[in-house]
Design a protein around this ligand. Sequence first.
Ligand code: NAI
Ligand code: ENO
Length: 309
Amino acid sequence: MKQPIFKRLALIGIGLIGSSIARRVRADGSVGEITIATRSQETLDRAENLRLGDSYNLDARDAVKGADCVILCSPVGTYEAIAEHIAPALEHGAVVTDVGSVKQSVIDQMQPYMPEGVHFIPGHPIAGTEYSGPDAGFPSLFEKRWCILTPLPGADEAAVKKLSEFWRSMGSDIDIMEPEHHDLVLAVTSHIPHLIAYNIVGTASDLENVTESEVMKYAAGGFRDFTRIAASDPVMWRDVFLHNKKAVLEILGRFSEDLAHLQRAVRWENGDVLFDHFTRTRSIRRGIIEAGQETDEPDFGRSQQNQDD
Ligand SMILES: NC(=O)C1=CN([C@@H]2O[C@H](COP(=O)(O)OP(=O)(O)OC[C@H]3O[C@@H](n4cnc5c(N)ncnc54)[C@H](O)[C@@H]3O)[C@@H](O)[C@H]2O)C=CC1
Ligand SMILES: O=C(O)C(=O)Cc1ccc(O)cc1
């Protein structure tokens, strides 16, 4: 039998990401046992019914006792309070990590509470869906996806290696990055696209009264894709924007300038500007497909959405 990477894994939060980790490591035997903590009894009961762990706690402090790896899998706005609460019970030598979509804020929130001898290594699997809650997870979520780690200067190399091995065992590739750089890159590739989707779907739903539901009736591919993204969890995404304010505002500024440029081209019927822009963006998409990072298939119709607390 293969040797577990961690003897006892504590998952704080058991929604889409936490339950996907639990499902995967249970199938692989890459950890000895799993202890789960979440905020509401209802979610905890659901996790137990799904047999996601070996023990279940409403108090995260109880869950981290004896754990050699702790992963925060709750919305990033909860991290400071959780770090403060679990700190006295953390084991010497334990790896403490997270899956949060922003990194500098997570460091600012958690680092001050991390005791000597605990290895705090922030992480972010670049894998997810618009669904949330313990029912939404699946074991292959992290396969062929990047997991970015943002270790602090002087981080213990053996601990970083062990955590990398853990994510690799779930099928991910590892990249190491500076937290600020991570936040800027993710603002462009993930956070702003979500904000745009939330915005356009809101605009369309305001118009819907005027056009008597034509917006939904004739929704073509592009708009459907936006509605999928705009169905993402409101608590999680509220926290992402509040905790990546600087990078999001920086990229939004550039985005608005570029949008104004296109707006001007439409107003003045400058077809060359529009054509050149669309030609450039099309070649970017084609480059992604040629590099094998994406298929050309539309991604409609997913399994049912689950919500928890
Ligand atoms: N949804 C996605 O596509 C991705 C999300 N992430 C990050 O993963 C984290 C979790 O996201 P999801 O699993 O999608 O969310 P989710 O909404 O599916 O699950 C969050 C879980 O945290 C629990 N929770 C909330 N407050 C808590 C607290 N104070 N103490 C303990 N548990 C608490 C909830 O009960 C729930 O079980 C977030 O930080 C998010 O930024 C990272 C990659 C992808
Ligand atoms: O479902 C989608 O389109 C996503 O973009 C998934 C996702 C959401 C948040 C992350 O931090 C990483 C990945």
